[in-house]
Design a protein around this ligand. Structure first.
Ligand SMILES: [Zn+2]
Length: 110
């Protein structure tokens, strides 16, 4: 017997600043912002560089490699929309570019 339909997972509200990031993600690319003035990389997307406040920012593709700094298993979803996804391995990664980001480990993680 089919279970009652689950609530929908929320999607990000894309804006002008982070639109390139989401378009890259849709194409399978991990994009980071790079300040043309000072060379600093940053994530998440912002209007200006957090280091020198320059608005002269470009997008670069990350290598997609890094090290897992820490992780946590989510076995009980706070949002019922993720009921069928658990257990989820939530990770904190230090990209080879030096950026720290959170993600979900996908693949054979169960
Ligand atoms: Zn800068």
């Amino acid at each position: 017997m089919a279970e009652a339909s689950l609530p929908k997972k929320s999607l990000p509200k894309i804006n002008k600043v982070d639109e390139p990031y989401w378009k890259g993600a849709a194409a399978g690319k991990l994009l980071l912002q790079k300040c043309k003035a000072c060379g600093k990389l940053q994530f998440f997307p912002r209007v200006v560089c957090v280091d020198c406040f320059s608005g002269d920012i470009e997008w670069i593709e990350a290598k997609g490699t890094g090290k897992v700094h820490t992780f946590s298993w989510v076995r009980v979803p706070r949002n019922p929309a993720f009921k069928e996804d658990v257990p989820i391995c939530y990770i904190n990664v230090i990209l080879d570019e030096g950026i720290i980001m959170e993600s979900r480990l996908v693949g054979d993680s169960k």
